[in-house]
Structure formats: structure tokens, C-alpha cells
Design a protein around this ligand. Sequence first.
Ligand SMILES: C[S@@+](CC[C@H](N)C(=O)[O-])C[C@H]1O[C@@H](n2cnc3c(N)ncnc32)[C@H](O)[C@@H]1O
Length: 348
Amino acid sequence: MQGLLCYCRQGFEPELAGELTQRAAEAGFAGYARTQRNDGYVVFACEDEGLSEALPWQQLVFARQKLALITELRGLDPADRITPMLAALAGTPRFGDVWVEHPDSDAAKPLAGLARSFGNALRPALRKAGLLSAKEDSRLPRLHVLFVNGDHAFLGIAQPADAAPWPLGIPRLRLLPDAPSRSALKLEEAVLALLRPDERETLLRAGMSAADLGAAPGGWTWVLTRQHLRVTSVDNGPLRQHVLDTGLVEHLRADGFRWQPAQPLDWMVCDMVEQPRRVAERMATWLREGWCRHTIFNLKLPMKKRWDETTLCLEILREQSGGLRTVRAKQLYHDREEITVFASKGGR
Ligand SMILES: C[S@@+](CC[C@H](N)C(=O)[O-])C[C@H]1O[C@@H](n2cnc3c(N)ncnc32)[C@H](O)[C@@H]1O
């Protein structure tokens, strides 16, 4: 079997399957998605070469991780799972690292212990077989072993430049005690997952200006002030006092769908809970009118047809914004029934 193995949030397998099917077809690849609800992963079977390169990880909305599938191993003997894996890997290039994982699903979480101990046993065996570099080497492809059961695993390959750099595709972020809300983690993760390292340096700099629409109690504003941005925080609700005490924040009690800045800003972020199309239209207006150059915002997804709604909202954004240099959208680990979008007109 060839194709892709992608991880996703539990329950969002139909969205990921729909996305992979549509995106593969648009890129000229025939294949089909194999998935079960609540598995936390989707296999996209496709015999053609080149599908993984055609669907970059950063451009996939519902994929936390994207791997090129090597094989699926069923009926593994708990006494020796390694021998069939080494046999399946014969002829593959040398890997720079190996990650043994399990889907982020209720059913698979108990496999965490097995994944850890099996990784410790597999690593020396791979080295002995010449399949793993002596030291971790991020220039080489990475081997992933995904246990979906004690006797059932997938083997996949990640190209480190085109894959999530976190085990299970989940960045481990710690909520700091003075974060005003858990939502702060969403913006922190968005910056990590949606901006490249060079963009984090050049696009988020001390002294830049930003608006935060739907800011209360102040989690996203607080994240921006930690980067020393000056923030206008728009919300009828209150902000936490220590956020105001940074001296970098102006709080406006106004409607985030009506308010516009007097001067163009570098950034606008938005976490207002509203109809996603209405949010997409308002974000497009901000970019088209030049009120901001970069934006990160959330789209709350409906209960049904969530992939259709995602494509529609991204189309609205592209069509109504008057030309964007970058649009990237992802369902982040800290996103529940929503996705997060980074859109930029370019410039510093
Ligand atoms: C999910 S909370 C935002 C949490 C915030 N990002 C944080 O990190 O603390 C959504 C906020 O949007 C605000 N909101 C909803 N509709 C709004 C509107 N039309 N104008 C301004 N704020 C709005 C609500 O008052 C609420 O505080």
C-alpha cells in the first residue's frame, strides 16, 4: 500500500478525508481515503509517486501530521514486533530519527507506554541494520511507527521540512500562571504552527501595532504584549488588570465588526465567536482596506459540512481581500470546533 498517513483531531476524520480527497484530485492524483470515525488518523491510499510533495503539510488544514505511508503491519507478534518492521524497511533510505507514536484518540491513548518502550528497543535494532543514523540528523527523513493497537501498526516517512516538528503533531505548550485565559495557548500555537521561523522574527517585532477583536479577558492581547506589540483590544467585556498594566494596551468597548483603526496597523487578530462567513468577510475587508497587513483569526466551524464551510470561507477571504501573499489555515491542537487562519498581504 502506498499513499499518505495523516493524523487529526479525534472526530475530524471525515473533514481530513474530504480535504485529502479533494486536494489530491485537484493535484491530479487518483486515490481514496480509508478512515473510521474517532480513529484520529486517515490513510489516503494512492499508488502514484509524488502525492506527498503535491500536498505540503503547511497547506493541509485538518492534518496535524503528514507522512508518506510505507506499509501497514497487522497481526504483529508481541514477542517480536521488530523483525517484520525491519523486513518492511529493507530498501528504504537511512533515517535521521525514529518516532514511535499512537493516534490522539481515547482508544489509542493507553498505547503511550508501549510506544515509549518499543521506541527504546527499536532504535538500536534500526542502527544495527544500518537504517538509522548514529546521531539524530534532521536533514534525513524521519521514520514514524504509529501503533493503532498492540498488534497493528503503520510505518510512515516524514520529510522534516514538510512535516509537523512535534510528536503526534502536537506542540507541547504550557499555560503560564499569568495567562488571562486558556485561549492564550491558541495564539501561541498559531504563531508556532502557521508562521515559519523567519516570519516569527520579521513579522512579530517589538513596537509593532495590533488590534485584538473580541479580546476579553485578554489572552491573545497578553501574548502580543509579550512580544512587545502595542495593542488596541476591542471587546465589551473586561480585560484582566495585569494586561492593562503592561502599558501597551488600549481597551475599547466597541463592536469588533464595526470598529476600524484610524491608522493602518501591522496586525489584527480576532477570536470573536460568530458565523464563520461573517468573520471571513470582515477579515477580508481589513486586508483589502489596508487596515492591517497580517492577521491571525479563528473560524468557528458549524456542526455539519465543516470541510465545505472551510473551503467557502477561505474562498471568501481570497476573493474579497484584493490579493494575499499568504493564506495558511490549520485546525490547531488547542482548537476544538474551529480552525485558525494566518493571512498576509506581505511586507514587514
Ligand atoms: C473566545 S472569547 C475571546 C478570548 C480571548 N481571545 C482571550 O484569549 O482571552 C470571545 C470574545 O469575543 C467577544 N465578542 C463577540 N462578539 C463581539 C463583537 N461583535 N465585538 C466585540 N467583541 C465581541 C466576546 O465578548 C468574548 O469576550
